[in-house]
Design a protein around this ligand. Structure first.
Ligand code: FES
Length: 166
């Protein structure tokens, strides 16, 4: 497993993921935990490993990261499955909000995915569509702000789940 985050505080479920993996590599943008750099660096090293490249890569996370994982593995012929997270409205295949282009064909992430062959995704089209509401997102951020008193508790939820399963 390769896990990446901007800094150490943003990793979720580090212990659980470590327990699942034969080997785990942590990457941070600022070097506060593990190696400093992007997840594509160790991914490329693994693809170049003379002892055997990965059979398959499963990339989950921000679209830009998944795009560059797919671009990294493509020259090595390593099958790369990505879990797309395009904008969704109805989630039933009717609104078209989540439309992506895969291998030149129109697909809907909500009903045809979310997993697709990363080498077939039209990433530029997807990233452009995901930016369609950027002005509204900026306005909402400005209006409601990041300092509205909200505290993300997802890490506490993960801890509680881990305790439940013990
Ligand atoms: Fe509407 Fe997928 S969310 S078609």
């Amino acid at each position: 497993i390769i896990m990446g985050a901007r800094n150490e505080s943003l990793f979720l479920m580090k212990e659980e993921m470590t327990a699942l993996a034969d080997e785990i590599i942590f990457m941070t943008d600022d070097g506060s935990y593990g190696r400093k750099g992007l997840v594509t660096e160790p991914l490329k090293e693994l693809c170049e490993d003379t002892k055997g490249k990965p059979d398959m890569v499963l990339a989950i996370g921000p679209p830009i990261m998944m795009k560059f994982c797919a671009l990294t593995t493509k020259p090595y012929g390593v099958k790369t499955v990505v879990s797309l997270n395009s904008i969704m409205v109805d989630g039933t295949g009717m609104c078209g909000g989540c439309r992506v282009t895969i291998g030149g064909k129109t697909k809907f992430v909500c009903v045809d995915g979310p997993e697709f062959d990363g080498h077939e995704v039209d990433w530029n089209n997807m990233l452009q569509r995901m930016g369609a509401f950027k002005p509204q997102e900026q306005e909402a951020l400005h209006r409601f702000g990041a300092n509205d008193g909200h505290k993300c508790n997802i890490d506490k939820m993960a801890d509680a789940k881990a305790k439940e399963s013990k």
